[in-house]
Ligand binder design. Structure first.
Ligand code: GLN
Length: 490
């Protein structure tokens, strides 16, 4: 009888749990979220507006497709090359970034139907003598990493005798020509025209004797494994939006009637009006603070994990066991030796293709910090213990204390005092090193600054703000550590 009750209760609870789960699952199934990577700045296709919200033809188009086809999108501004690599590694499901449909890309990804016509043009400093490919002999040409324009430049550079300089973001490409470090750049026609009509009006112009090269179409790239699902939905969406006029409406929203004046008017409305230091600080305060929040969060999690791993690996280095000492030395050798950016990219874009599993950017960032900062921590933990006079261990052992106890009671308390300044130092370094993780597209303080500048071109003022914020936080951290140090030594 009791048993029957028991089973009925179990069955009933199962039903209730299932009842809760089913509708949710149905909602989830109906509204699958796809992660779509995009460029940091590629106006008018994707760029941040004055509230640092991502807007542009691509962004609106992607959202409209998702809406008509019943799925959700999480759009991540990773930068063009980083987004394509993240897609290759299977870290994201698709890329929308004014991405030209090329044969190689069609082989690697599932490319959607075309949605916008483009091609490569050449731009030079306003009023420059250089106006054609022939004028480029011995000159420098700026291009963007991994783009069709870069491919084009590389395919003709031997013939015309110029060299290339590569940047990750379009605004850095243009700035390089503006400042005269490069004499020309290659870029997609609609994007270059837009930049010249808006932010670079007084600085750049299209080369007069250069005809558009490599005519191509933009498409949305999707992971091969989602070809039957996501690409299909995207194609259906593009078709519908073109048919019902919504597509034209989106394009008009950013380009007006297509004339330079109307493009300029459209962008002006998206920019801050007060360009003073304080004005810019005020309008970007919220975004900078959310970047700082991410930086602090990464730092705290990173420090905790790195300290634990560092102490463990450091201790392994001093136990009287050759194998364990070897493990410790190898760990320190590898992870102290690798440049942090290489390690971050390896974990974020390399490892996922090996294990066939996504590694979220934040996790990849924390693992990077743990291994790199952990190796440094291990080195000074090991050093701190070794720095305690050897006679101390001998004395403890001759008093009859076993090795472990001698370590804990005699050596470590002295070693820890030696290590404390190194710990403080390492915490500060960890905070600063989080900026390297901006390569993973994490919206920490540095990446936030980069995105704001890509929009408003106020490099000097915004980098000054970012630098000041880091300094304030580092000062606070130093005060805190000094206080802790005093307490420990008291
Ligand atoms: N259309 C170019 C390409 O696909 C550039 C794209 C971009 O820079 N976002 O390579």
């Amino acid at each position: 009888m009791k048993r029957k009750w028991l089973w009925s209760t179990v069955f009933a609870s199962l039903l209730i749990v299932l009842g809760f789960m089913l509708p949710q699952q149905r909602v989830q199934a109906a509204e699958k979220t796809y992660t779509i990577g995009t460029d940091v700045t590629f106006a008018p296709f994707e760029f941040a507006d004055k509230n640092n919200k991502y807007v542009g033809i691509d962004i609106d188009l992607m959202n409209a497709i998702a809406k008509t086809e019943g799925f959700k999108v999480d759009i991540k501004p990773l930068g063009f090359n980083a987004a394509v690599q993240a897609l290759e590694a299977g870290q994201i499901d698709g890329v929308i970034a004014g991405m030209s449909i090329t044969k190689e890309r069609q082989e690697k990804f599932s490319m959607s139907d075309p949605y916008y016509k483009s091609g490569v043009v050449m731009a030079v400093a306003k009023g420059a003598k250089i106006q054609s490919l022939k004028d480029l002999r011995g000159k420098k040409v700026a291009v963007k990493t991994g783009t069709a324009s870069a491919d084009y430049a590389n395919s003709v550079k031997a013939k015309y005798g110029f060299s290339t300089v590569t940047f990750d973001d379009s605004n850095n490409v243009y700035d390089n020509v503006k400042t005269g470090n490069a004499q020309a750049c290659f870029e997609d026609k609609p994007v270059m025209q837009y930049a010249i009509a808006t932010s670079y009006k007084n600085d750049l112009e299209l080369a007069k004797n250069f005809k558009m090269a490599m005519a191509n179409n933009y498409g949305i790239a999707v992971k091969q494994s989602e070809a039957a699902t996501l690409t299909k939905k995207i194609n259906a969406g593009i078709k519908k939006l073109k048919a019902n006029g919504q597509y034209d409406k989106i394009v008009r929203k950013y380009l007006g009637n297509g004339s330079e004046a109307s493009q300029a008017k459209k962008t002006a409305a998206m920019q801050e009006t007060d360009r003073s230091f304080m004005g810019l600080l005020k309008s970007n305060w919220g975004t900078l603070m959310s970047g700082l929040g991410e930086t602090l969060w990464l730092t705290i999690v990173g420090i905790v994990c790195a300290t634990i791993v560092g102490i463990l690996i450091g201790l392994l280095g001093v136990v009287p066991n050759k194998f364990l000492q070897g493990v410790s030395t190898t760990f320190i050798y590898i992870f102290r030796g690798l440049p942090m950016m290489v390690l971050a990219l390896f974990i974020y874009s390399g490892v996922p293709s090996l294990i066939d599993q996504k590694v979220p950017a934040f996790i990849a960032g924390v693992i990077t910090l743990t291994l790199n900062e952990g190796a440094y921590t291990a080195a000074f933990v090991k050093g701190g213990i070794s720095a305690v006079d050897g006679g101390q261990m001998e004395a403890a052992r001759s008093l009859g204390l076993p090795w472990g106890k001698s370590m804990r009671r005699v050596i470590l308390p002295q070693g820890v005092k030696i290590m404390i300044p190194s710990f403080v130092n390492q915490f500060i370094i960890t905070l600063k090193d989080t900026s390297i993780l901006s390569v993973l597209g994490l919206l920490e303080l540095t990446q936030t600054g980069k995105i704001i500048i890509a929009r408003n071109m106020e490099g000097f003022k915004i980098w000054a703000m970012v630098a000041l914020i880091y300094l304030v936080i580092i000062t606070l951290l130093t005060w805190l550590s000094n206080w802790v140090q005093k307490k420990v030594n008291a």
